[in-house]
Ligand binder design. Structure first.
Ligand code: SR1
Ligand code: MG
Length: 416
């Protein structure tokens, strides 16, 4: 029978576990326990013993953000565990090590990352992290390429698609909260800045935008291309100046290669527009703004270069088989195909980024970048500029050809 952990029961329930005892010490009377979960869904504890610390994460049978009225199955913990396992093989060193998994209790015990902090918090504080663009570009290229039909044996990939296809309820959250709710007056929506009302009404009446959002939802639900993280935002990343780790893949599903990249890049653009709400004086965070736009460029260019490298050196799946091109003695054919595949990812990625920006301001699940700007008169222009960028990306994505162009648009909006 499932039982939610508490600070009192945790030592009783986990002190018999050999892996935990070995890591933090076997005298559970000396364990100190803190509940630190501030996400929307789960319980998270830091457990510290005489020789170290671990993270204990437990799924609850409902959405923590909303309460027991919104049940959510425990099996998301199973998908998180399996996604972490695959990511650790496909992009070694980028996710926390797992010490123990209890499927029935939906508990994952994993490495405590220290002195790491959540990337979103670091960006709100105005901290520049020099390695982040490259680290994340490599992470997305490696996990998304190696989880696809470009790399995997088709039998193994099809079995994995079947396995993850049961993550229905978490996909349902994304399908509704990301792609649909922001574009009508859905019950769960909230925007905390009434100054946005006229713009919100405009967006909800925007036929082109609504059609694009549904085209993107169509891609999300039908293009089972690779194993996506599924919720790759700056709150799912832990950082130090020298290290980047990706956490929380409970939304993992087989979807478009472009999905994780678009969600992630959107969060850097939102951070950009939120800086004005956090800076001590106008212009004080100019260097930070440049860092964020440079990071987006590094992330995408690293993704592109690494994806191309894997395409040339590890393409062993059923798609664009090397033998097909090389037999005909036409190496340029493979490069032509690569360019077309990357162009498709680019256009889809821009769309997903636009929609992610909208849902974080108009839907149920907001982000701290904007929410921690206490004064609504300061928050409103930040959110409104982000919403306009989101619309531009989603609607004009077929006609946007470079991050230089987007940088100009972003900087022009910032000056408004
Ligand atoms: C009800 S869950 C809302 C959001 O929290 C998660 O982190 C996902 O981003 C989801 O969309
Ligand atoms: Mg999460």
């Amino acid at each position: 029978v499932f039982e939610a952990l508490s600070i009192e029961t945790l030592p009783i329930r986990l002190s018999g576990n050999a892996a935990i005892r070995e890591k933090i010490g076997s005298d559970s009377s000396r364990w100190t326990i803190r509940e630190v979960g501030d996400g929307n869904l789960n319980l998270v504890f830091i457990v510290t013993g005489e020789t170290g610390s671990v993270i204990v994460k437990q799924a609850l049978p409902y959405v923590r953000l909303v309460g027991e009225s919104w049940p959510l199955p425990l099996k998301r913990s199973f998908f998180e565990y399996h996604a972490l396992k695959r990511q650790s093989v496909r992009a070694p060193g980028t996710v926390p090590d797992i010490l123990f998994f209890d499927q029935a209790q939906a508990i994952i015990v994993m490495e405590f990352l220290t002195p790491h902090v959540i990337l979103r918090r670091a960006l709100i504080e105005g901290r520049e992290l020099p390695k982040i663009g490259r680290d994340l570009g490599l992470f997305v290229a490696r996990t998304l390429f190696r989880g696809s039909d470009l790399s995997m044996a088709t039998r193994e990939k099809k079995a994995d698609v079947a396995l993850f296809s049961d993550n229905v309820e978490l996909c349902d959250i994304t399908e509704n909260l990301v792609f649909s709710d922001p574009y009508f007056e859905a019950t769960l929506n909230r925007h905390t800045t009434p100054q946005l009302d006229p713009l919100v009404a405009e967006l909800r009446a925007d036929r082109d935008l609504k059609v694009e959002a549904q085209r993107l939802k169509h891609l999300f639900s039908a293009k089972a291309e690779t194993l996506c993280h599924g919720d790759l935002h700056t709150g799912s990343i832990m950082v130090t100046d020298n290290e980047t780790r990706v956490i929380d893949p409970e939304f993992a599903f087989y979807g478009p290669i472009s999905f994780d990249i678009g969600m992630l890049i959107a969060n850097f653009w939102m951070s950009y527009f939120s800086q004005a709400g956090h800076e001590a004086a106008p212009g004080a965070r100019s260097a930070m703004r440049n860092f964020l736009l440079d990071t987006v460029e590094t992330l995408w260019e690293t993704f592109r270069a690494e994806f191309a490298h894997l395409w040339r050196t590890e393409r062993k799946g059923i798609l664009y088989q090397a033998s097909l091109f090389e037999d005909r003695n036409d190496p340029l054919a493979s490069e032509q195909a690569l360019n077309i595949v990357i162009d498709d990812i680019w256009r889809e990625m821009l769309g997903f980024a636009g929609i992610e920006i909208h849902r974080r301001i108009l839907g149920l699940a907001h982000n701290a970048d904007f929410e921690t700007i206490a004064d609504p008169d300061r928050r409103a222009p930040c959110e409104s500029k982000a919403l306009k960028l989101g619309r531009h990306l989603a609607v004009n994505r077929q006609r946007i050809h470079s991050l230089r162009d987007i940088r100009e648009t972003v900087e022009r909006l910032e000056q408004e």
